[in-house]
Design a protein around this ligand. Structure first.
Ligand code: NAD
Ligand code: UDP
Length: 308
């Protein structure tokens, strides 16, 4: 198949390019390089089935493709809050452009949605049927509401125009090729530990997240895209739940770092708890994560040792 991946030069997108090329597909990687980088795809630039296009997903594009994976959108809070209006435009106009293309060329189109659609959840763990608790006017809203609106567009194009959609809700994912200055917790703690500087735990560190290793996540993506039982939304994530203090301690242990833990103010609207209910993924995709946190962290630490 010929497959378009928007955001293909980012952390998840570049791994997806690798995975789909290994399955012998032809890949068009479209990215404006806002948070992604050519170094993530440098090893692919000479591959005969790989093409990189520098383009903004908010501007229309046309390719004859069989499948579209829409991943374009900054994912870490400092990056998506850097230009919040652009973040909303990226999610909303990017979705419209991908859906319009899918409609014209009859491609199957996949949306990388997020656990952030659940906001600061009052239901725990979060099943797909939970409608969420999102502040519509806060600092995180540009991302959360942009992604929620993108889901709305996907389902309206599906109902109104019979576009063949798949929607995945991704829970915190980590692994090699995260940007060292990305600002997300796993990369921050590892980089801080390797540099021997203080690990910055926001708030008292009792808030929880559930961390999925990138290889597990992408297996879930491809299974969702290539089955016909469900269009989603489907949660993909690792149900292992950790406080940020527990994560900091694990990182210190695995890096054998002498760094200390310091506390910084908790950002506004920071969700207090997050854990996926993956019943649907298990049932429809026969999917569940395989890589435990300690093992995934070891691989990620090995990557960052080459970068910092
Ligand atoms: P990332 O920031 O590494 O990748 C995003 C990519 O999109 C980058 O290459 C960036 O340059 C590109 N991009 C941003 N705006 C664009 C635009 N207007 N036009 C074209 N390209 C643009 O982040 P990631 O972790 O790889 O996330 C990929 C997708 O998965 C995002 O849509 C994100 O919202 C979603 N997601 C990720 C996580 C996670 O934990 N990694 C969790 C939930 C959802
Ligand atoms: N966090 C932290 N220290 C950091 C970066 C983040 O304690 O250096 C916390 C953050 O407040 C949040 C959790 O870690 O509670 C996950 O943050 P991240 O930005 O990785 O993802 P998200 O909040 O979008 O789930």
């Amino acid at each position: 198949m010929r497959i378009l991946i928007t955001g293909g030069a980012g952390f998840l997108g570049s791994h997806l390019c690798d995975k789909l090329l290994a399955q012998d597909h032809e890949i068009i990687c479209l990215d404006n390089l806002f948070t992604g980088s050519k170094s993530n795809i440098a090893h692919l630039l000479k591959h005969p089935k790989f093409e990189f296009v520098r383009h903004d997903v908010t501007d229309p594009f046309k390719y004859e493709v069989d499948q579209i994976y829409n991943l374009a959108c900054p994912a870490s809070p400092p990056h998506y809050q850097f230009n919040p209006i652009k973040t909303t435009k990226t999610s909303v106009m990017g979705a419209i452009n991908c859906l319009g293309l899918a409609k014209r060329v009859k491609a199957r189109v996949f949306q990388a949605s997020t656990s952030e659609v659940y906001g600061d959840p009052s239901v725990h763990p979060q099943p797909e049927s939970y409608w969420g608790n999102v502040n519509p006017i806060g600092r995180r809203s540009c991302y959360d509401e942009g992604k929620r609106c993108a889901e709305t567009l996907f389902f309206d194009y599906h109902r109104e125009n019979k576009v063949d959609i798949r929607v995945v809700r991704i829970f915190n994912t980590y692994g090699p090729r995260m940007h060292p200055n990305d600002g997300r917790v796993v990369s921050n703690f590892i980089v801080q530990a390797l540099k021997g500087i203080d690990l910055t735990v926001y708030g008292d560190g009792s808030q929880t997240r559930s961390f999925c290793y990138v290889d597990d996540l992408l297996e879930g993506f491809v299974r969702l895209m290539n089955q016909t039982e469900t269009v989603g939304p489907v949660n993909i994530g690792n149900p292992g739940e950790f406080t940020m203090l527990e994560l900091a301690e694990q990182v210190l242990k695995l890096t054998k770092s002498k760094s200390k833990i310091v506390h910084k103010p908790l950002p506004a609207d920071d969700p207090k708890q997050r854990r996926p209910d993956i019943t649907l993924a298990k049932k429809h995709l026969k999917w569940e994560p395989k890589v435990p946190l300690a093992e995934g962290l070891k691989k990620t630490i090995a990557y960052f040792k080459t970068k910092v």
